[in-house]
Design a protein around this ligand. Structure first.
Ligand SMILES: O=C(CO)[C@H](O)[C@H](O)COP(=O)(O)O
Length: 231
C-alpha cells in the first residue's frame, strides 16, 4: 500500500564531511526515515559535492532508503552511474532539460525509483505531462546550491497545486530547503509528505552527541504530524 506517512530525510550536506559513515548511522539510529544525498556540479548550481564513488561509499551505511537529488546538467550521462552506486531513488531537475521526459525514462530504466524536481522560480504546471512517470515530485523551497537558506513561503502554494495535479496517483511530494518545525506544518496541510532537512536536523549535534539529532528529527515530525491530524 502507498505510504502516506510523514518521512524525514536528513540531508547529509549538513553532516561532518570527514565522517559520513558514522553520521549516516547516527541519523538513522535517531529516527531518520530516508537519507538524502545532494549532488551538485558547480554548473547547474554554484556548489560541488558528491560524485558516484562518494555515493557508492555511503551505500553500505544506509539501511533505510537513499534518495539522490541530482542538481546537475547535463544529467542523462550520469544517471546509470548513480544507479549503480546504489541510489534507491534518483531525482532530476526539470530545469536540467532539454528533455525531462527522456531523463525520467532513463531513470526508470535503471530500476530505481524516480523523481522530478522544480526550482522555486519554475511553475508547477510544467510537469503535468510527466506525472505518470514519477514516484515523487521534489519542490525546492530555496534556490538549490547551499544548506542553511531561508524558506521561500510561496512553496506552500506550489505544493498545493501539485497535490491537486497528482489526483489519486501514488506520488510523494517532497520539500527541500529551510524545512524546520516552524515551516513544516503548512507544507503538510498543502499535501507534502516527505521533508528534507539539513540544518534543522544536524544543528547542535554530532556523532558524539547524536541524541540531539533525534530531538531535532522528533521536533520536525511532531509538528508535521500535528498538522496532518488537523488537515
Ligand atoms: O538541496 C539542498 C540545497 O540545494 C539542501 O538539501 C537543502 O538546502 C537542505 O538544507 P537546509 O535544510 O539547511 O535548508
Amino acid at each position: 500500500m502507498f505510504d502516506r506517512s510523514i518521512k524525514i530525510a536528513p540531508s547529509i550536506l549538513s553532516a561532518d564531511f570527514a565522517n559520513f559513515g558514522q553520521e549516516i548511522q547516527a541519523i538513522e539510529a535517531q529516527g531518520a526515515d530516508w537519507v538524502h544525498v545532494d549532488v551538485m556540479d558547480g554548473h547547474f548550481v554554484p556548489n560541488l559535492t558528491f560524485g558516484p564513488p562518494a555515493v557508492k561509499a555511503f551505500r553500505p551505511h544506509v539501511k533505510t532508503f537513499m534518495d539522490v537529488h541530482l542538481m546537475i546538467a547535463p544529467v542523462d550521462p550520469y544517471i546509470e552511474a548513480y544507479a549503480e552506486a546504489g541510489a534507491d531513488m534518483i531525482v532530476a531537475h526539470w530545469e536540467a532539460g532539454p528533455h525531462p521526459h527522456r531523463t525520467l525514462q532513463a531513470i526508470k530504466a535503471t530500476g530505481t525509483k524516480c523523481g522530478i524536481s522544480l526550482n522555486p522560480g519554475t511553475p508547477a504546471n510544467v510537469i503535468s505531462e510527466l506525472l505518470d512517470l514519477v514516484d515523487m515530485v521534489l519542490v525546492m523551497s530555496v534556490n538549490p546550491g547551499f544548506g542553511g537558506q531561508k524558506f521561500i513561503p510561496s512553496s506552500v502554494q506550489k505544493v498545493a497545486q501539485i497535490r491537486e495535479m497528482i489526483g489519486d496517483r501514488e506520488i510523494h511530494i517532497q520539500v527541500d530547503g529551510g524545512v524546520d518545525p516552524t515551516t513544516v506544518g503548512p507544507l503538510v496541510a498543502a499535501g507534502a509528505d516527505c521533508f528534507v532537512a539539513g540544518s534543522a536536523v544536524f544543528k547542535g549535534g554530532s556523532v558524539d552527541n547524536p541524541e540531539v539529532y533525534g530531538q531535532n528529527i522528533r521536533a520536525i515530525r511532531e509538528a508535521a504530524e500535528a498538522a496532518q491530524k488537523t488537515t
